[in-house]
Design a protein around this ligand. Structure first.
Ligand code: SF4
Ligand code: FES
Length: 237
């Protein structure tokens, strides 16, 4: 089918501001939007900038806004946009480095603040740190996060307040706060208990809607807020 694309272009130092450039190509319904971007780059315009790597929803590098929704270009099929012009823009709220490529460093820095690794006090066991299946179930969906930042780009609070920790860092906080093998739950809860931390989430649910790994992001943030209430605030009474 004949596809029409309108793609944000911006080269710092060359363009004063971003603009849209139109492209057209013949594509199969089962092709992915990422395939179309690749073909535009390889066959029509080698200057188009975007990130991608695995092509299979694993690496998280091709998060972008496609017809108003943040998504992975490798997970969106041409047939979903039949008859539409496909408008592709960089993830909102991020500084654009070139075209669809955004600066993810501040995002990764916020995730790093969450100490996204297991901290287990005491001597390590001879083999692995075992976990009961019911304990592992509490965090096994959060483990799916691939750091694509689609949730950050979709969040209206992130868009207004760059100090907000944001949905993905809170998913990583959740993942370890509720991991039965981790020894620092209290410290981790305190790290997100501030106005621009977990409390800034206003329950728009846009993060949950956009997450390509179907993580219940908003629900997890609310679970963290409840835990703060029960563990930190109740403890002070
Ligand atoms: Fe991407 Fe979902 Fe992780 Fe957000 S929570 S970074 S949308 S995988
Ligand atoms: Fe790796 Fe899309 S290219 S997630």
């Amino acid at each position: 089918m004949e596809m029409r694309f309108k793609i944000t272009r911006f080269a710092p130092g060359v363009d004063e501001k971003p603009y849209y450039k139109e492209y057209g190509l013949e594509a199969e319904p089962g092709e992915r939007i990422l395939d179309c971007l690749n073909r535009i780059k390889w066959e029509q315009d080698g200057t188009l900038g975007f990130r991608a790597s695995c092509g299979h929803g694993v690496c998280g590098s091709d998060g972008m806004r496609i017809n108003g929704r943040c998504a992975l270009a490798c997970q969106k099929l041409v047939k979903e946009y039949e008859g539409e012009e496909v408008v592709i823009e960089p993830l909102p709220s991020f500084k654009v480095l070139k075209d669809l490529v955004v600066d993810l460093d501040p995002f990764f820095e916020k995730v790093r603040l969450m100490k996204p690794y297991l901290i287990a006090d005491g001597a390590p066991p001879a083999r692995e740190r075992l976990q009961a299946p019911e304990e592992s179930k509490k965090v096994d969906v959060a483990i799916r996060c691939i750091l694509c930042a689609c949730c950050m780009g979709s969040c209206p609070v992130v868009n207004e307040n760059e100090q907000f920790l944001g949905p993905a860092p809170l998913v990583w906080a959740f993942r370890f706060i509720f991991d039965s093998r981790d020894s620092r739950s209290l410290e981790r809860l305190k790290a997100v208990d501030y106005p621009d931390g977990a409390h800034a989430c206003a329950n728009y649910f846009e993060c949950t809607r956009s997450c390509p790994k179907e993580i219940s992001v908003t629900k997890y943030i609310n679970r963290i807020k409840r835990e703060i209430q029960m563990t930190l605030n109740e403890g002070e009474k």
